[in-house]
Design a protein around this ligand. Structure first.
Ligand code: PGA
Length: 235
């Protein structure tokens, strides 16, 4: 399996800036990794056109928890597929934190995504307090419970304290968490890591046998950083 490098652009840029940045991505060329970009909903339509003929895949940062109907402001998984999305991030800690997304909502979104043949990337991970209390594996296990047994998921281990902090867990800590996730979810589930992966930190992933890719936030905005990440993940 080629490693997955998923670029989570969050809400860092305007739609016009995202469209300009997608042009640079296409010029990156080919790497022995699956590269997928997750812009805001607004620029999906334009970026899907830009990516035509390139190997870069498209994903969304969220999807609705229900099939099309009376849900103001939501975007149905089916619409995302029609726009060319193959992937969808679900349950990112920033959504859990700022929008109160619960495990129940996460599983409803996963069900919608799977029904539409959109591959969910479900984010799980502990807070700094939970890490200090030594309950990382228990927290991850509880977050996975509602999606356990579902086929076709990718799980991103994203410790809340590591996101946008400049620090990552050690390779040993990562292997322990990712290995545990694989044991719970089964061998065909892809498991990736996210949280402060940059040109300087990406090489740690080579020391984590259970890791099959990265979810990259801030560093994915800088093409030079991205090149370094891709290089260190493919060596
Ligand atoms: P970061 O974000 O790389 O900026 O830490 C990762 C994520 O939140 O997906």
């Amino acid at each position: 399996m080629k490693p997955l490098v998923a670029l989570n652009w969050k809400m860092y840029r305007s739609a016009a800036q995202e469209i300009a940045a997608a042009r640079q991505l296409v010029e990156l060329g080919n790497y022995p990794a699956t590269l997928a970009v997750f812009p805001s909903f607004l620029s999906l339509y334009s970026i899907t056109e830009q990516l035509k003929g390139s190997a870069i895949e498209l994903g969304a940062q969220d999807c609705a928890m229900a099939a099309p109907g009376a849900y103001t402001g939501q975007v149905a998984a089916q619409s995302l597929v029609e726009l060319g999305c193959r992937w969808c991030i679900i349950g990112h800690s920033e959504r859990r934190m700022y929008l109160g997304e619960t495990d129940e909502l996460v599983v409803a979104k996963v069900n919608q995504a799977l029904a539409a043949r959109l591959q969910p990337i479900v984010c799980v991970g502990e807070t700094a307090q939970e890490r200090a209390a030594g309950v990382t594996l228990a927290v991850v296990e509880k977050m996975l419970e509602p999606v356990q047994g579902k086929v076709g998921l990718c799980i991103a281990y994203e410790p809340v304290w590591a996101i946008n902090s400049g620090t990552t867990p050690t390779a040993q800590e990562l292997e322990r968490a990712l290995g545990h996730i694989r044991k719970i979810m089964g061998a065909e589930c892809r498991v990736i890591y996210g949280g402060s992966i940059s040109g300087a930190t990406a090489s740690i992933l080579k020391e984590v046998p259970s890791c099959q890719g990265a979810l990259v936030g801030k560093a994915s905005l800088d093409v030079q950083e991205l090149k370094k990440i891709l290089e260190s993940m493919s060596n």
